[in-house]
Design a protein around this ligand. Structure first.
Ligand code: HAM
Length: 425
């Protein structure tokens, strides 16, 4: 076993027993999207590297340090997608969805994303994001809708300890004014900050507020807040969003320091965190916001947009921290127990008929003794066990036992499937 090959760092296998939870979460996400009228889009796992440089932003950690970028055999630079928004926008432009009669265009996706980050609890190098993107409307009601969809998913899966944090990053004018104030604030003492922040001062000073290394520096607390630089339009927009949230009875906290790690945001930015005790250091479950301007950046016409993404990994971690069990059913309709070679062979056809009739069914493939077959039936939580021995076969009948109440009946072999349908109905 010494030359055994192990799974790459920051990735995980989802094994049977757990994969059912993933399926349930995905099913719930799809069902919610149906209710909210978002439709699925599936884009490639890799895209041209330029898309993320332009879309996510050159100064972000994602683009500077975290992308899985490779040159293909044709000499093109490609990147495994680190997030879903840029690709959704690319596709929106490429397929001219801005011309669809149904506006806004409301999309969702579920799939793996890749970031070369330092793995720790809740942080993987491959993780699955569920995300939605609404493009084509600048109505603050859509911001509230998107936020409520994300919260609903968590709530309907059983999470209670959630905190919604929101902020406004304003429009271009607000951001330019805030940017200047930040430069004035940090410049005199930027030497006391990490090299990342020193670079950010020029390129994107807002990102300094998001720095983990310099979090406790005294200039952080006194830094100018975007809220004070919002234009009247931006402030009115933000007020509408918070009013709609209140109308929906959604609780939130405004945090002027919430800046998000991607460059495309303006106006509404939000995160949903877990409050659960014992939840790891990374408490953000979901992040999103408005990205008016991104569609133009990717080559399309002026189109507003908003969305969010959340990872299934962190959602599952939050469920575990709260001790919330997902209602995954692991049971089968019928297990066929047989005794003797002839009866064993007979169950091959019988099993096939059960499955053709739509039932989940299983039989023994290891030539096990009858007791071990019953144990196997128990392990897969069989609702019924059908026993076919030599005598039964001779008399053309089968013994059917309900595992819920132990009641047994004898059924003629030829009408077994019909009878089973009747019982299960
Ligand atoms: P993000 O904040 O980079 O935003 O990621 C969104 C969510 O993805 C996070 O809140 C977290 O649940 C999950 N996530 C991110 N990185 C990891 C990781 N290494 N391991 C596990 N989970 C992770 C975006 O990606 C934006 N595209 C969201 C968006 C959509 N904004 C507008 N539309």
């Amino acid at each position: 076993m010494s030359n055994q090959i192990k799974i790459p760092r920051g990735t995980q296998d989802i094994l049977p027993g757990d994969s059912e939870k993933w399926q349930l979460i995905e099913t719930k996400a799809r069902e919610l999207c149906e209710r909210y009228q978002y439709r699925e889009i599936r884009t490639p796992i890799f895209e041209h590297t330029d898309l993320f440089q332009r879309g996510v932003g050159d100064t972000t950690d994602i683009v500077q340090k975290e992308m899985y970028t490779f040159t293909d055999r044709g000499g093109r630079s490609l990147t495994l997608r680190p997030e879903g928004t840029a690709a959704a926008v690319r596709s929106f432009v490429e397929h001219k969805m801005f011309g669809n009669p149904n506006q806004p265009v409301k999309l969702y996706y579920i799939g793996p994303m890749f970031r070369y980050e330092r793995p720790q609890a809740g942080r993987f190098r491959q993780f699955v994001q569920f995300g939605v993107e609404a493009m084509g409307s600048a109505d603050p009601a859509i911001d509230a809708e998107v936020i409520s969809l994300a919260l609903r998913l968590y709530q309907e899966l059983g999470l209670k300890k959630l905190k919604l944090v929101i902020n406004s990053l304003g429009d271009k004018i607000s951001r330019t004014a805030h940017r200047e104030a930040l430069v004035t604030h940090f410049s005199p003492r930027i030497g006391e900050f990490c090299t990342d922040c020193q670079n950010r001062l020029e390129k994107n000073p807002m990102r300094i507020l998001d720095c983990k290394a310099d979090r406790d520096h005294e200039l952080m607390r006194s830094a100018p807040s975007i809220i004070d630089y919002l234009t009247d339009d931006s402030r009115n927009y933000f007020n509408k969003v918070t009013t709609f949230l209140t109308d929906m009875e959604i609780e939130f906290e405004v945090d002027a320091n919430l800046v998000r790690g991607l460059d495309y945001y303006n106006h509404t930015a939000f995160e949903i965190m877990s409050n659960a005790e014992g939840f790891g250091a990374i408490t953000t479950l979901c992040g999103g916001g408005r990205y008016n301007g991104l569609v133009e950046e990717i080559g399309g016409p002026e189109t507003p947009g908003i969305g969010f993404a959340l990872s299934v990994e962190r959602l599952i971690a939050a469920l575990e921290a709260e001790g919330a069990e997902l209602p995954v059913k692991e049971e089968i309709d019928c297990y066929l127990v047989s005794l003797g070679d002839e009866a064993k062979d007979y169950t091959v056809g019988l099993l096939h008929q059960l499955r053709m009739a739509g039932f989940s069914a299983e039989r023994d493939y290891l030539d096990r003794k009858i007791k071990a077959q019953f144990k196997a039936a128990d392990r897969v939580n069989a609702k019924y066990v059908a026993v076919l021995g030599e005598n039964e076969l001779k008399e053309k009948k089968i013994n059917l036992k309900s595992m819920a109440d132990g009641v047994q009946i004898e059924v003629p072999l030829e009408s077994f499937i019909e009878k089973f349908k009747e019982i299960c109905r």
